[in-house]
Design a protein around this ligand. Structure first.
Ligand SMILES: *Cc1c(COP(=O)(O)O)cnc(C)c1O
Length: 226
C-alpha cells in the first residue's frame, strides 16, 4: 500500500534538502538538477499524491505499467521518463506517453523509436562487464551517438547509467561524465547525465548529474512486482 501522504511529503522534502546540500557542496546550482521520482510498482494513486506535492517528473521502467498510469493520470502536468529496458516492438508505443527515453542501448531500438515528432533520448551506458545488465558498452557509445543523431525524430540529449554493485559509485559516475564530454563533441545539446539513485545521488551530483532517478528514498519500499 501507499504510505500516508504526510510521510511521503516528509521523505520528499528530506530528499530535496539533500539534493540542494549536495549541489551546494559541489558548487552547483540546485536548479540545474532535475529529480525524477521513480514510481515503478506503485499504484497511480501514489503518483497523484506526488503530483499534489509538486512533483512533475516521474520515472517508470515497464511499458505496460507506465502506459496504464500515464493514461489514468492524463489530467496531471507530469513528464514521464522511461528508464527500463526497452524491446524494439514496444518502443513506438512508449513514444505516446514518454517525453524522454533514458534507456536506449542499441541501434534497433533507435530505429523503432524513429518518428515524425521529436523525442528526447539518452543512451544508457553499461558500467559493468555483464552484457545482461542493459546499456551500451563504453567503447561503443560514440558510434551509437552518431547513429542517434542520424535517426529521424530523435533528439540525443545525453547519457544514463546505473552505478555497478560492489564498487564505489563516484569513480563510475566520473567515467560517465567523461563519456558525456565525448558525446557532446558529436551533439552539443547532449549535455544531460541521468545518474544517481536513492543510495548514491550525492556522488552523482558531485560528478555532474543533471537528472537523478530516485525511488525508495521518496516513495518508501516498493510493493512486490505486479
Ligand atoms: C528502480 C530504478 C531506480 C530507482 O532506484 P531506487 O534505489 O529505488 O532509488 C533508478 N533507476 C533505474 C533504472 C531503476 O530501475
Amino acid at each position: 500500500m501507499t504510505a500516508p501522504d504526510g510521510a511521503l511529503a516528509e521523505r520528499l522534502a528530506a530528499v530535496r534538502q539533500r539534493v540542494t546540500d549536495a549541489a551546494r557542496a559541489a558548487d552547483r546550482d540546485p536548479a540545474t538538477i532535475t529529480t525524477i521520482v521513480v514510481t515503478k510498482f506503485h499504484p497511480a494513486s501514489l503518483v497523484r499524491s506526488l503530483a499534489g506535492l509538486g512533483v512533475r517528473d516521474v520515472g517508470e521502467n515497464r511499458h505496460q505499467e507506465a502506459s496504464a498510469k500515464a493514461a489514468e493520470l492524463a489530467d496531471l502536468p507530469l513528464t514521464w521518463h522511461f528508464i527500463g529496458q526497452l524491446q524494439s516492438n514496444k518502443a513506438r508505443a512508449v513514444r505516446r506517453y514518454a517525453a524522454v527515453v533514458h534507456s536506449v542501448d542499441r541501434a534497433s531500438v533507435l530505429d523503432a523509436l524513429a518518428g515524425d515528432e521529436p523525442l528526447d533520448v539518452l543512451l544508457q551506458v553499461n558500467l559493468t562487464d555483464d552484457p545482461g545488465r542493459g546499456g551500451v558498452a563504453p567503447d561503443a557509445v560514440e558510434r551509437l551517438a552518431e547513429r542517434a543523431v542520424a535517426t529521424r525524430g530523435i533528439r540525443l540529449r545525453g547519457l544514463m547509467a546505473v552505478a555497478p554493485l560492489g564498487e564505489p559509485a563516484r569513480p563510475a559516475f566520473a567515467r560517465v561524465r567523461e563519456l558525456g564530454e565525448r558525446v557532446r563533441a558529436i551533439e552539443p545539446e547532449a549535455s544531460a547525465l541521468s545518474m544517481g539513485m536513492s543510495g548514491d545521488f550525492a556522488d552523482a551530483i558531485a560528478e555532474g548529474a543533471t537528472h537523478l532517478r530516485i525511488g525508495t528514498a521518496i516513495t518508501g519500499n516498493r510493493p512486490p512486482q505486479p
